[in-house]
Design a binder for this molecule. Structure first.
Ligand SMILES: Nc1ncnc2c1ncn2[C@@H]1O[C@H](COP(=O)(O)OP(=O)(O)O)[C@@H](O)[C@H]1O
Ligand SMILES: [Mg+2]
Length: 413
């Protein structure tokens, strides 16, 4: 990116000016002041190549507030029919210039071009001026998608048929197949990071935690951080401290999202890492070296006390919601404890679920009934509560416990 050198948008000599501001020599001080003013004037008028002024877009509404900043819906002033999403780059540690995490997200987004991956149009900046102390704010500019999956699932009026659920999952797995083929791990799969356009096209979004991965031929282990993936979607290998993980981490998330298509709420909502592992064992069975050879080498396996003697109940507990036996079988394969046994995106896409009637159905007709955008940020906050072991059958048959204004369901089920 040619513009990043100047990206901090502030006089690069500011440190020298501050160190000499204690100077008592008025001549030197006024000389430096002139120099600073010159630099500010230069920055103010400099036309950064490849990095337009964000005023070309007009903010319409705030649609997201993540850990790393705000997201806005905005309109292109030159083409009033064109909408974009502006994701503000948070300058946590401005002394170090453009944040490395945002740079990584940007590089990965520039590499990934696919129908099922959110499209980055460009990066824009605010014009440096005395109002922002000559510091630009940067925005990633994306094609606008009307909904995110968490928003859609929060609204009881949005009803997915089996064929439509198949379409969602097929597109999601196509996206994962593509990014994994390009040696990128997403590492933050969850419903809020899955966007859906009004035409029913699904886009994987939020590459803020993504990274490139390599499969070592020499058997050398990778040492990636395991503090990734939102807790409720975090796979057992990460919770047990694995640092040499790969694409299966994203397929666990895909399994959690798939189940959520029916349960309408995240299936395992732990408050702590230990609780999350306990919930996983209660659903997928106890973690043993028999069902997961090699698990004993993971750092935390011998350090944490986990439920023993638990039977695997994935199909049994999801059946009341999911009903379709092919869907239950695919879920069972995605929610495998041992990452080596977990279905990869290719195997999942070849599963009978996608190749039996009803076949995957276009979503645009169903979405045309909803004229309002649905985003997690705009939906009422999730209530704690997760798929209950004992009462799942009764709860599945019960009507939603309450329906709030706008059709948003109380997410306890
Ligand atoms: N291109 C887009 N179109 C529509 N909404 C978007 C787009 N990108 C992000 N959003 C919304 O903003 C939210 C936060 O964006 P995201 O990229 O996930 O950032 P964060 O790292 O803050 O979670 C998303 O969950 C989604 O609701
Ligand atoms: Mg996000």
């Amino acid at each position: 990116m040619a513009s990043t050198g100047a990206s901090s948008g502030r006089p690069s000599g500011s440190s020298s000016s501050s160190s000499s501001s204690s100077s008592t020599d008025p001549l030197i001080a006024s000389g430096l002041l002139c120099q600073m003013k010159d630099r500010e004037k230069y920055i103010e008028t400099f036309n950064f190549p490849y990095c337009d002024d964000v005023v070309k877009y007009e903010k319409v509404a705030k649609i997201g507030q993540g850990t790393f900043g705000e997201v806005f819906k905005a309109r292109d002033r030159k083409n009033m029919k064109k909408f974009v999403a502006l994701k503000k780059v948070l300058m946590e540690n401005e002394k170090e210039g453009f944040p490395i995490t945002a740079l990584r997200e940007l590089k990965i987004l520039q590499l990934l071009k696919h129908e099922n991956v959110v499209n980055l149009i460009e990066i824009c900046r605010t014009r440096p001026s005395q109002h922002n102390k000559y510091k630009s704010t940067f925005y990633l500019v994306f094609d606008f998608c009307e909904h995110d999956l968490a928003g859609l699932l929060s609204n009881v009026n949005v009803k997915f048929s089996l064929g439509e659920i198949k379409k969602v999952m097929q597109q999601l797995l196509n996206g994962l197949y593509y990014i994994h083929s390009n040696k990128i791990l997403h590492r933050d799969m969850k419903a809020a990071n899955v966007l859906i356009t009004k035409n029913g096209i699904l886009k994987l979004a939020d590459f803020g935690l993504a990274r490139a991965f390599s499969v070592s031929k020499t058997g050398q282990q990778n040492r990636y951080t395991n503090r990734v993936v939102t807790l409720w979607y975090r796979p057992p290998e990460l919770l047990l401290g694995d640092r040499n993980y790969g694409p299966p981490v994203d397929l666990w998330g895909a399994g959690c999202i798939m189940a959520e298509m029916w349960t309408r709420s995240p299936i395992m909502q732990g408050n702590t890492e230990i609780q999350q592992l306990t919930l996983i064992c209660q659903l997928c069975g106890s973690i043993t070296t028999d069902i997961w050879p090699g698990v004993e080498s993971l750092e935390l396996f011998n350090k944490v006390e986990l439920p023993r003697g638990q039977k695997r109940k994935v199909k049994e507990r999801l059946k009341p919601y999911v009903k379709d036996p092919y869907a239950c079988d695919l879920l069972d394969r995605l929610l495998m404890l041992d990452p080596k046994k977990r279905a990869d995106s290719d195997a999942a896409l070849n599963h009978d679920f996608f190749w039996t009637d009803p076949m995957p159905t276009d979503l645009s007709k169903m979405l045309a009934q909803h004229t309002q955008s649905m985003f997690e940020y705009l939906a009422p906050p999730r209530r704690p509560g997760h798929m209950r072991a004992a009462h799942s059958q009764q709860m599945a048959q019960a009507k939603p416990s309450s329906t709030l204004d706008g059709g948003f369901q109380d997410r306890v089920f």
